[in-house]
Design a protein around this ligand. Structure first.
Ligand SMILES: [Zn+2]
Length: 350
């Protein structure tokens, strides 16, 4: 039933997208709705109807993103052999619930499914929706969205006592902190990355479509998922410990996409996970009434001397050490992190 639901959602998405495209060309403003397709394709009624409603919302989001965000392309058709499938369904009148001491989840049209719980289920939260995913590795996941009662913000103490940290993006490793320490992925993560690269090379040597190719592709997908999970796990833990310790954190306002394009660092910057780390840190701080201060896009965090404030216009990317005429000599990234901390402190006390 899960496989069927993925299929129906994909089918509906593609039909709605194609009809929407046609309507746009012909200048009609009417929008396709799932009900219109159920007459012609009655088997759509066999799956969870709320999953189909969400398809319409997803398509609208895709169009909205395309219109409002520069980096979002025109909505594309979903392919049957796309490695990842998913559908989202909503809670209506208790149709979705956890059963038998959270050992099972009941989903519409699917029934009770045995589950392994990875996270604590919030007691005071209200279950709103569930997204079911089948990863390329063949594993199934359900993510549960809970609505939580609003939490009280922590009382603010004296501004001068607030603990503030500056973080600069590091090309090697992950990040550099204003206290001079660095954060980098643990060794086991790098090991999995290397193993993934090895298996990917093997895949490229397999004859496409052969039995070995299919087998190897699965192996790569499993490793991909492992790398992704290890990275997320590490970034969640790191951002959690920082959000618990500091009242405010200063970071650069950088567009990771533009950065990787313009500097030709390509994959390494994108895959480094720094953007994901910043997002996690941002909401974790916010949850506790603390803040992530993004320095202005034109704030010269690298060029400014963190001791005397002089600006070094001709700082080359290859200069790893920041040297100033005032005698300040320190690691370039640490200098930038200190500037970002100062900027954050200025912002929160303003
Ligand atoms: Zn100086």
């Amino acid at each position: 039933m899960l496989g069927k639901t993925f299929g129906c959602c994909r089918f509906l998405y593609n039909h709605m997208l194609s009809d929407r495209k046609l309507a746009d060309i012909e200048g009609r403003s009417e929008r396709p709705r799932p009900a219109m397709y159920k007459k012609e394709y009655p088997w759509l009624k066999e799956v969870d109807s709320l999953a189909l409603c969400n398809v319409q919302l997803h398509l609208e989001t895709a169009y909205k993103n395309h219109k409002e965000r520069k980096d979002a392309g025109y909505p594309r058709f979903k392919r049957k052999h796309d490695s990842r499938c998913s559908y989202t369904t909503n809670v209506v009148n208790g149709n979705i619930r956890l059963e038998e001491n959270v050992k099972k989840i009941r989903l519409p049209k699917v029934g009770s499914v045995r589950i392994k719980v990875h996270r604590d289920i919030p007691e005071e939260g209200k279950l709103k929706s569930v997204t079911v995913v089948r990863e390329a590795s063949g594993k199934y996941y359900a993510s549960l969205l809970y609505e939580m009662p609003e939490r009280e913000n922590q009382a603010k103490g004296d501004k001068a006592d607030e603990k503030v940290l500056g973080i600069d993006f590091a090309m090697r490793g992950l990040a550099v902190f204003s206290d001079g320490s660095r954060a980098d992925y643990p060794g086991y993560y790098r090991e999995t990355e290397k193993r993934l690269a090895r298996e990917q090379r093997k895949l490229s040597r397999c004859e496409k479509g052969s039995r070995n190719y299919v087998k190897q592709k699965k192996r790569v997908a499993v490793l991909h998922e492992k790398v992704r999970n290890q990275r997320k796990d590490f970034l969640h833990k790191l951002s959690r410990s920082l959000a618990d310790e500091y009242d405010a954190v200063g970071v650069e306002d950088i567009d990771m996409r533009a950065m990787s394009r313009s500097l030709h660092f390509g994959k390494s910057v994108m895959d480094n996970g720094y953007g994901m780390f910043r997002t996690m840190l941002g909401y974790k701080l916010e949850e506790q009434g603390r803040i992530l201060v993004k320095a202005d896009r034109f704030f010269p965090s690298s060029k400014k001397c963190s001791v005397c404030g002089k600006i070094k216009e001709d700082l080359a990317l290859s200069e790893r050490k920041y040297r100033c005429s005032c005698g300040n000599e320190m690691d370039r990234d640490v200098n930038a992190a200190i500037n970002l901390r100062a900027e954050a402190r200025k912002r929160i006390s303003a």
